[in-house]
Design a protein around this ligand. Structure first.
Ligand code: ADP
Ligand code: MG
Length: 513
């Protein structure tokens, strides 16, 4: 019954409603010290061990802007295709909460560091194999302080405050309402995280709170104006983000379909129930009483070293941020790496996504350009077998026990059809164990050569057919996918070592009997 209701809701949703999502992303800047103080920023340090007088808002303390944080913000803005404001300003945003000792947060309300970005990302559907490039607009990127953390001890009925996080630099990145659902927004955030990590401005660890997402969600009928939105706060994994957005879309549709109205409110997501719950009403109260931060001058950037005015005192010259110099720290971005794999080596979009995300694209290129491997076989082996091999052992390819030349030899054997895909996985593990043996010796010893002996395959087919008469009947009644299932069973019986195309042909021949 429940399944039927859900299904009809889904069809309904797709035919009559469209959803719109805009994101506000808080990315902690990877810097040794905080945005306005010299206290440290290490995650997991003992409570209140990284708190300067300024972070604790003691009267008379003053903010000193951390140049590294500004550079990280500028580098990020450049990577995200933003226009940089050569002059930006700091403001106080007032609200009262125990983990905000000053009673206000320093942020950039009037004039943020950067505006108008554009990001290309790869949309990946979680239900189908659909993958495609999309693009989203960024409204702005601003610098601001993180707050402290409150820890609630329900047994002792106490709230404890840890100010280690108070004043850590954040980049708030605000997107236009350019996403259409949970998968879309999740794909964007994954790619954004890869960009930040690759340029070293944020460690991207969502589980540690280094990257947190607020999702604004609304639904409307095609052709009509955007609907009233709700905001789901503090999503700290890609998975919960996707689930929260999809839940919220369905919830809003259900309200509108039953004649209700969506309330503009802030909600939180409960990972256990998979539901969003109201936190507070956004239309009410919340006057942040923004005002310019009197203790910080406007943040001025320079395009080149030569454009720094001579009037600037020499003691301040080393502290200026020069765009040209920041641009010089730019790394090749994930999107450019994906594009290169596609255009230069004919790698598919999904394979280039996987290789770049796993940081295996450079290895792939080395295999092809320095070791003469076939690009198709190299991307197959690296993406499937080698990626899993490294993952299991928590290794990067640079500290892998398999040398690149050995991997190249394995790719060649795979390409020549001498070993099957699943034999490659076994081979990788065995080669690590049999340190001294050559690749072909290991293949020999573990009997991993590709199996093409038709009498052996024939025997396996006979065995599988005699055990699965129902499948054969089903196939003959038109369930054609049984062919693949039977072939997979034969492959399994032959320990994955047989030539899969040969197996498929032999199974389909036998089904004609
Ligand atoms: P606020 O002033 O409340 O912060 P903004 O205009 O700055 O609102 O937008 C905040 C976020 O909400 C942005 O990411 C934007 O894309 C998103 N947003 C705005 N309107 C909608 C809407 N109708 N549906 C979904 N998201 C929206
Ligand atoms: Mg806003």
């Amino acid at each position: 019954m429940r399944a039927v209701v859900l299904l009809s809701l889904f069809i309904h949703a797709r035919s009559e409603w469209q959803s719109v999502i805009g994101l506000e992303i808080h990315a902690q800047i990877q810097s040794r010290s905080k945005l306005f103080s010299r206290a440290g920023t290490s995650y997991g340090a003992s409570t209140n061990s990284q708190v300067s007088h300024f972070d604790a808002a003691l009267p008379g303390t003053l903010p000193v802007l951390n140049r590294r944080c500004v550079e990280a913000g500028v580098l990020t803005a450049l990577a995200l295709g933003c226009d940089i404001n050569m002059v930006s300003k700091f403001d106080r945003k007032h609200y009262f909460y125990a983990d905000l000792p000053a009673g206000y947060q320093i942020t950039q309300q009037r004039q943020p560091l950067a505006v108008n970005g554009q990001v290309t990302y790869v949309y990946q559907c979680s239900r189908t194999s659909r993958v495609e490039r999309r693009s989203a607009r960024l409204i702005q990127l601003q610098l601001e302080q993180d707050s402290g953390k409150s820890l609630h001890d329900s047994e002792q009925r106490l709230s404890l405050i840890d100010l280690n996080r108070a004043g850590v630099g954040l980049m708030e990145i605000v997107t236009a309402p350019d996403f259409c659902g949970g998968d879309d927004a999740a794909s964007f955030v994954r790619d954004l995280r890869d960009v930040l990590v690759s340029i070293g401005t944020c460690d991207g660890k969502m589980a540690e709170g280094s990257l947190r997402v607020d999702a604004n969600i609304s639904v409307n009928r095609p052709g009509e104006e955007f609907g009233v939105r709700t905001e789901v706060k503090n999503l700290n994994s890609v998975k919960s983000m996707r689930a929260a957005i999809n839940y919220e879309i369905e919830r809003q549709i259900q309200i509108l379909d039953t004649g209700g109205t969506v309330v503009n409110e802030t909600r939180s997501f409960d990972l256990d129930t998979g539901e969003t719950v109201a936190m507070r009403d956004k239309e009410k109260v919340l006057d942040y009483r923004f005002m310019p931060e009197p203790n910080l001058p406007p943040l001025v950037l320079y395009s080149q070293r030569e454009s720094v005015p001579l009037s600037l005192p020499s003691s301040q010259r080393p502290n200026v941020v020069v765009l040209e110099e920041v641009q010089g720290q730019m790394k090749e971005l994930p999107e450019d790496r994906r594009k290169r794999l596609e255009t230069r080596y004919g790698v598919s979009l999904i394979n280039s996504v996987i290789l770049v995300r796993a940081e295996l694209d450079e290895l792939f290129e080395t295999l092809v350009t320095s070791h003469g491997c076939d690009p198709g076989s190299a991307s197959h082996v690296v993406r499937n077998n080698y990626n899993a091999f490294l993952d299991e052992r928590k290794l990067t390819w640079r500290d892998s026990p398999i040398e690149t030349s050995v991997l190249a030899e394995i790719v060649r054997l795979y390409h020549e059809g001498k070993v099957s895909g699943s034999a490659v996985s076994v081979l990788l593990s065995e080669k690590t164990l049999d340190g001294q043996l050559s690749v072909s010796e290991v293949i020999e010893r573990h009997n991993l050569w590709m199996l093409r002996d038709t009498s052996v395959i024939e025997a396996a087919v006979t065995d599988v057919f005699s055990r699965n008469p129902k499948m054969i009947k089903a196939y003959k009644k038109g369930k054609v996918n049984q062919l693949d299932v039977l072939a997979a069973k034969v492959m399994k019986k032959l320990e994955g070592k047989a030539d899969s195309r040969l197996v498929l042909t032999m199974v389909s021949e036998r089904l004609k009997d």
